[in-house]
Design a protein around this ligand. Structure first.
Ligand SMILES: [Fe+2]
Length: 335
């Protein structure tokens, strides 16, 4: 009987945990800055400009440092070096900071669930990001998190999905990444959590960030399209849960671009890739039939401006460079 009661209690606490709401804040978002691919020991030329925009929120989109190690003492040292950057310190003290990893800060180039130090590495990432200790994300495996900002009809839900901790093998043939037809990216627990986050969500804008490009499918590098079953599952989830105004964010590529795709049963979906804060793919001439506006091959950060003055939110996307100059945009979405 005692055993039976104990297992009921364990089951109940597991259920409560999986349904635990992630964090919400009343602060309204009108300006979000984003970026990725940031070597902690390289010249960091963008923070001053990012600070000058006084964003309400900063979102790291992965390769936030170049950890690339199994040694967690080395990983911690690299995070400490990044966190000691004076201008980054200024950002932290004025702005809400969120983030999710990609492969290099996860710990190994192109790695997925096979990386042995993923639990230790996750804790170091959450400490670097100052993920609040009362966030249910600490109790879960992996790095996925959700935050709701604003009130009433001006809510923005920021969902950070983890495309590393649970990801099946990324197959390669020489320099090319090849399709893993049956492979998964998020894992069952994270899929359930994500469905719960999107079902009946009353947010006016949903920002879903991760390291990997979601819409872009024509290049040979890492992309959600290398896992077509998982990619389709995400599209089906949008059609099933119908969240308002989804903007996906991605990093990883050392280029910046905005893409769009019509999703049957849902509507228009956008992906804003902002990548290459300390180094970029200068020689890229990559073709992308989904691209809106310019391909940016120089160092950049992204700005997302939300105009709440109309009957529905209108969002403008911009990429800016080392002189704070506009490289792409403003691109108007959710018209
Ligand atoms: Fe990456």
């Amino acid at each position: 009987m005692k055993k039976f009661l104990l297992s009921i209690i364990t089951l109940a606490s597991l259920l409560i945990d999986s349904q635990a709401q992630d964090l919400s804040y009343s602060k309204e978002l009108t300006k979000i800055a984003i970026g990725s691919c940031n070597r902690e020991n390289a010249p960091q030329l963008l923070w001053g400009h990012i600070n000058s925009h006084n964003p309400d929120l900063w979102i790291w989109l992965g390769d936030n440092i170049y950890g690339d190690t199994d040694d967690m003492a080395v990983m911690k040292k690299k995070y400490d070096l990044q966190k000691s950057n004076k201008e980054y310190q200024q950002l932290i003290s004025n702005t809400h900071v969120l983030g999710i990893w990609d492969d290099h800060d996860f710990g190994r180039n192109d790695a997925g669930k096979e990386y042995e130090k993923r639990d230790e590495s996750r804790d170091l990432m959450f400490e670097f990001l100052d993920v609040p200790k009362d966030s249910p994300a600490w109790k879960r495996k992996g790095g996925y998190q959700s935050y709701t900002f604003g009130e009433g009809d001006r809510k923005v839900k920021v969902i950070l999905v983890d495309a590393r901790y649970f990801r099946d093998e990324q197959l390669r043939e020489g320099r090319s990444y090849v399709v893993n037809w049956e492979g998964d990216v998020l894992g069952e627990d994270q899929w359930k959590w994500l469905e719960n986050e999107l079902t009946d969500s009353d947010a006016a804008v949903h920002i879903i960030g991760n390291g990997i490009q979601f819409i872009t499918d024509e290049h040979r590098f890492e992309k959600w399209a290398n896992f077509p079953k998982a990619r389709q599952r995400m599209l089906d989830l949008f059609a099933k849960t119908n969240p308002q105004n989804v903007l996906m964010l991605s990093g990883d590529r050392h280029i910046s671009e905005v893409t769009s795709q019509y999703v049957p049963g849902y509507g228009m979906l956008y992906d804003f890739t902002s990548s290459g804060m300390t180094h970029s793919y200068e020689s890229s001439t990559e073709y992308n039939s989904h691209r809106i506006g310019n391909l940016i091959t120089s160092k950049s950060f992204g700005l997302i401006n939300i105009d709440w003055s109309g009957y529905k939110p209108v969002v403008f996307l911009e990429s800016r460079g080392t002189e704070n100059e506009v490289l792409n945009g403003p691109i108007k979405i959710f018209e």
